[in-house]
Design a protein. Structure first.
Length: 490
């Protein structure tokens, strides 16, 4: 026997709306794509239900973005402390040089508490908006029905009929058969918060964004780190100048970076406190450490939820095919977030979800423009990018002008003891329009915004150069790079 939950209250702000049946929206997944979509749908008068397995916020809040960036924020304090002596700061009565120790149990306890608090905040917001929340594993039963097989708090499956379905089920860490995580010595990035003591020696396999962020964070926390990269350098998909700088910083801080080294397998040797991890590389050599983090990408959470049976077309990698307004190949079914493979960022997932609901409910909507997406890598220093990359500009044969300014020339950077970083801008040599930019700096995630505005609104480098900046400020380097572009183009 199945159960159908009662309908959510309909909006009361418009008396005429109570005479009509509200559009029934069912959302699979309560991550950024799902909960942002739910808020938009409620504002547009829909009857909304979210089905989520873990908790509101999904993996992004509970096991991925929020926890990892909280951990990195703690590690950042350690890198800042390193510059204290050169700024003339002395701590009386303590060892020289200053030694800072990390209580990893306390760090991870705070990490998970903040994640839980953020999840609770999201749930409270949705409940205030009268969004129905069902905890359980949902699947499509055709293009207009969702079945929750084992809902929390119910003794029978729930059947949710829908006029529109949004699939926002995210992705999970990719697991290699030859290096299966056990949550004790071998971890995925969702499990590593189980650690209560700083690893003696952490091996990180994978030099993409996730691998680089965790390797940098644990190195800053005081852990010996070996980063294994199958490519020529860390962050192979990023701006070459930025990636090379980060690798130099990693090596300068004592990290071992093994480039062009592919991990074939991993195993735990010994037991208890004496256990070790051995990673075998493709050349036959073995890297030994106390713990291992596998950061070799992710796979979309699209299997076994009835997508293909409902007419939703998947790519060979298992991602859901969507157009620029998040429609799938099945009428009335939309998708958002990492399960689509469009751009694995929480901000993009949220935008996809909002666009999907606006389109489904007849509101004005503009297709997503990936060219204007700003992204950030939370290493130290951070790497922020927006617009066309240099690699993309070269590949499509575009005319472009590059101007770059080291952050070490910035007066504010000098005051703060910042030496590593730069601002780079790409602009059209004739029209002067800003095509893209790269910022490598502490808080690059904040500094990229002026360039994002320029790319979004097709401003010229002169437009950026003519805007006032505070003196002294790190953002002054952005205006200076724009002025350099003007002089070069004359």
């Amino acid at each position: 026997m199945t159960q159908t939950p009662p309908a959510a209250p309909r909006p009361s702000s418009d008396s005429s709306s109570t005479d009509l049946q509200a559009t029934r929206i069912v959302i699979l997944g309560g991550g950024p794509g799902g909960y942002e979509a739910a808020l938009v749908a409620r504002r547009l008068g829909a009857d909304v239900t979210i089905v989520e397995r873990q908790g509101m916020g999904g993996a992004a809040v509970l096991t991925d973005v929020v926890p990892s960036k909280t951990l990195i924020a703690t590690a950042e304090w350690m890198t800042v402390a390193e510059t204290g002596s050169e700024l003339g700061i002395k701590v009386s009565g303590l060892s020289t040089p200053l030694r800072l120790d990390v209580d990893l149990a306390a760090v991870n306890s705070r990490v998970m508490a903040l994640a839980a608090a953020q999840s609770a905040d999201i749930r409270a917001r949705l409940e205030r908006e009268n969004v129905r929340i069902v905890l359980g594993h949902g699947r499509l039963d055709g293009p207009s029905r969702v079945v929750v097989d084992s809902p929390v708090g119910a003794d029978a499956p729930l059947v949710l009929d829908a006029d529109v379905i949004l699939v926002s089920t995210g992705a999970t860490p990719r697991i290699l058969d030859s290096a299966v995580p056990d949550g004790e010595r071998i971890f995925t990035w969702t499990q590593i918060y189980n650690l209560t003591e700083l690893p003696e020696k952490l091996i990180v396999v994978g030099s993409g964004v996730t691998g680089a962020e965790f390797a940098g964070a644990y190195n800053a926390l005081g852990c010996e780190v070996v980063l294994i990269s199958s490519r020529d350098r860390v962050l192979p998909g990023e701006d070459a100048d930025a990636a090379n700088l980060i690798e130099e910083v990693f090596r300068g801080r004592g990290m071992t970076v093994r480039s062009r080294s592919r991990a074939e397998s991993a195993r735990v040797v010994g037991s208890g406190a004496d256990a070790r991890v051995e990673v075998t590389l493709s050349d036959g050599s073995i890297v030994e450490g106390s713990h291992l983090l596998m950061a070799v990408g992710s796979v979309p959470s699209t299997a076994g939820i009835g997508l293909e049976e409902a007419g939703v077309r998947l790519t060979p990698s298992g991602h859901i095919e969507v157009d620029k307004v998040s429609r799938t190949s099945a009428r009335g079914v939309y998708a958002a977030g990492d399960c689509t493979g469009v751009f694995p960022l929480a901000s993009v997932a949220a935008m996809q979800g909002r666009v999907a609901m606006s389109h489904a409910l007849g509101d004005a909507v503009a297709p997503i423009k990936l060219r204007t997406v700003a992204a950030n890598i939370f290493t130290a220093p951070e790497i922020a990018t927006v617009g066309y990359s240099e690699k993309k500009l070269i590949a499509q044969g575009s005319k472009y002008l590059t101007t770059i300014l080291p952050l070490s020339r910035n007066p504010r950077a000098k005051m703060l003891g910042i030496r590593d970083g730069f601002v780079k801008m790409f602009s059209h040599p004739d029209a002067g329009v800003v095509l893209g930019g790269v910022v490598v700096a502490p808080r690059a995630s904040e500094l990229i915004f002026p360039i994002t505005l320029a790319v979004e609104h097709r401003l010229t480098a002169d437009d950026v150069a003519e805007a006032f900046t505070v003196y002294p400020s790190l953002s002054g380097s952005i205006a200076e790079v724009a002025r350099m572009s003007h002089h070069v183009s004359e």
